[in-house]
Design a protein around this ligand. Structure first.
Ligand SMILES: C[S@@+](CC[C@H](N)C(=O)[O-])C[C@H]1O[C@@H](n2cnc3c(N)ncnc32)[C@H](O)[C@@H]1O
Length: 185
């Protein structure tokens, strides 16, 4: 059994080639940002968003050797405004890892309203074959509402997007869940 984060990485490894463009919508300490940067390489681009300055400082150090990474101290709900105009139809991957950063104050958590805005902005930016992954934590306070808002939006996308769900069914506690959107046409 892959954990949701591992399975997201596994899929993104298949979707990302050198030179691709990607977004990390929840940078945190930058582990996922570095992962994306390594896959797209120096000819690609990675745009990262987080509202937490302390986390971004750690992330910036982690990707200091990656000039292909641009970090924004901004919410992912500003995604469209912050990305270059030619990002539309150019993104091979967008990653959301929602909730709060382990070890950091739990007040800085993602919220259903802004997550929905960010998802609405991110989906149309995917290129054909591009993947958007969302890791949801229904066990967190507010997490179930955020999970259902995210699911409700993604499951109504048109047929040009394939939307899938990956989660452990026989878990005692609400299990983290991975939603996967692939732009097919
Ligand atoms: C589960 S952590 C991300 C972990 C991260 N991907 C890593 O590799 O370390 C969730 C992150 O979302 C951030 N966050 C909360 N609200 C946000 C928003 N509106 N836009 C972007 N990031 C946000 C938090 O500050 C936190 O760092």
């Amino acid at each position: 059994m892959f954990r949701a984060t591992e399975f997201a990485h596994h899929l993104l490894q298949l979707a990302l080639q050198p030179g691709a463009w990607a977004v990390d919508a929840t940078v945190g300490n930058g582990h996922d940002t570095l992962f994306l940067a390594q896959l797209v390489g120096p000819t690609g681009r990675v745009f990262g968003f987080d509202v937490q300055a302390t986390a971004l400082t750690v992330a910036a150090q982690r990707v200091a050797h990656c000039p292909q990474v641009a970090l924004f101290h901004a919410g992912h709900e500003e995604l469209q405004a912050r990305l270059p105009e030619d990002a539309t139809g150019r993104l091979a991957a967008v990653m959301f890892n929602l909730g709060y950063l382990p070890g950091a104050p739990k007040e800085t958590i993602t919220h259903a309203e802004t997550t929905l805005v960010a998802l609405q902005q991110a989906v149309p930016l995917l290129q054909i074959g591009g993947l958007l992954t969302v890791i949801l934590y229904p066990g967190h306070p507010g997490g179930e509402i955020e999970a259902s808002v995210g699911r409700n939006f993604l499951e109504t996308l048109p047929a040009s997007f394939a939307v899938s769900q990956y989660r452990r069914l026989n878990s005692r506690a609400p299990a983290p869940e991975l939603l996967i959107v692939e732009r097919q046409s």
